[in-house]
Design a protein around this ligand. Structure first.
Ligand SMILES: C[S@@+](CC[C@H](N)C(=O)[O-])C[C@H]1O[C@@H](n2cnc3c(N)ncnc32)[C@H](O)[C@@H]1O
Length: 366
């Protein structure tokens, strides 16, 4: 029978590795297994990968993707194995990696394929050299954070379809990234104009997963979050992220309720604490809360704003899971005066800020 060209093309795009590896489990002649694995490996090598290094394979009749490099390494490990017993063990593991999905409670990462997530950070020191400016992300809002921050955190602390809350929304970076990753997002912003332009940006981001986004113009320190989300038929949120003003480093508005207008560090921490209290009831127990913040200098002294805010959270029912230190490039103002700042640092006996913090907390009680 002649196979229609269409089927040939479709089949050629998908490798059928699983069946072949499963069949090898019945084989007891080691050189024969190696020969077959060698053949599979050659086929994988010539198979074209997507821009992110994935190849399409067929698993039990449906299509899925595997990371080409990781698969080649796994095949190579089988080729290098000396005993039949060990070879069978690796074959079995490969079958499991390809055909079974194992996820945890708080994200969609397939733990059977954990080696494929080389782009997801697990270290506490983050070096991010270039801002992700793809899609509608842009660096226009002074004081925004780089999209890689929510990108990393959402993948580790949320599943598709869950709700993310950002009570200091600014230009909407969190909601743009949430939409991109198929998470629903609620953002609160004090300034109406800022919220409006965030809303436009979020709307423009391509909607691949039918994710929902809600933006509220309000003061997060007094907002009844429970009532607000109930109005929108949201039961609770599964991840909370806060990127408050770093006290008065950037003045975001003239509004007295704006944390950047706090009269003193004590006032700033009190206002921040109120936002932590107001948002507490809507986050599910066992889920995570991230605070992104940097320190500041005042009258020649380093003010550890980061640790003060961390302490403020720890007064509540949260436990500290990680302190991440992230590099941070000079602000526009300082970039132009780099040499001058270096001179000032040498004379004044201080260091120029190049890092900020991401504190990660877990809600431990209801
Ligand atoms: C550091 S920025 C957040 C930037 C955001 N992560 C982004 O990527 O665009 C802090 C934001 O919090 C807002 N803000 C300050 N006080 C607030 C309050 N009490 N309630 C809600 N928003 C507030 C400011 O207007 C500002 O847009």
């Amino acid at each position: 029978m002649r196979i229609p060209l269409f089927y040939k093309v479709v089949d050629a795009n998908y490798l059928d590795i699983l069946n072949k590896v499963q069949n090898l489990l019945k084989e007891d002649h080691l050189p024969q297994i190696k020969k077959s694995i060698n053949k599979i490996s050659e086929n994988v090598q010539i198979h074209p990968a997507t821009s992110i290094g994935q190849i399409h394979i067929r698993v039990n009749g449906s299509a899925t993707q595997l990371n080409k490099d990781v698969l080649l390494k796994d095949l190579n490990q089988i080729l290098e194995t000396k005993t039949l017993e060990r070879t069978k063990y690796y074959l079995q593991r490969l079958v499991k990696n390809i055909s079974e999905i194992k996820t945890g409670k708080i994200n969609d990462l397939n733990l059977n394929r954990w080696k494929e997530y080389g782009d997801i950070f697990t270290d506490s020191l983050w070096y991010l050299d270039k801002r992700d400016s793809s899609g509608v992300h842009n660096a226009g809002y002074w004081g925004n954070f780089i999209p890689q921050i929510p990108h990393q955190l959402l993948q580790r602390y949320t599943k598709k379809g869950e709700w993310v809350l950002d009570p200091f929304l600014g230009s909407g970076t969190t909601l743009i990234e949430s939409k991109r990753l198929g998470r629903n997002g609620v953002g609160v912003e004090l300034q109406k104009k800022v919220a409006q332009s965030a809303s436009k940006a979020v709307e423009q981001e391509e909607d691949l997963f039918s994710a929902k986004s809600e933006i509220i113009v309000a003061d997060s320190s007094t907002l009844d979050f429970k009532a607000e989300i109930k109005k929108r038929e949201i039961k609770s949120v599964q991840f909370l992220i806060m990127h408050p003003p770093y006290w008065d480093i950037i003045k975001f508005s003239e509004d007295k309720r704006d944390l950047s207008n706090a009269a003193s560090i004590e006032d700033f921490l009190q206002m921040f604490g109120k936002v932590v209290d107001a948002t507490y009831p809507v986050l599910d127990k066992g889920r995570y809360f991230a605070v992104v913040i940097g320190d500041k200098y005042s009258a020649g002294n380093w003010i550890p704003l980061g640790f003060y805010t961390m302490q403020e959270v720890l007064k509540r029912k949260y436990s500290l899971k990680s302190i991440i230190v992230k590099n941070f490039e000079e602000t526009k103002g300082k970039r132009n005066q780099k040499e001058l700042w270096r001179y000032r640092a040498l004379v004044g006996g201080f260091y120029i800020f190049k890092h900020e913090y991401i504190f990660l907390f877990k809600k431990t009680t209801k």
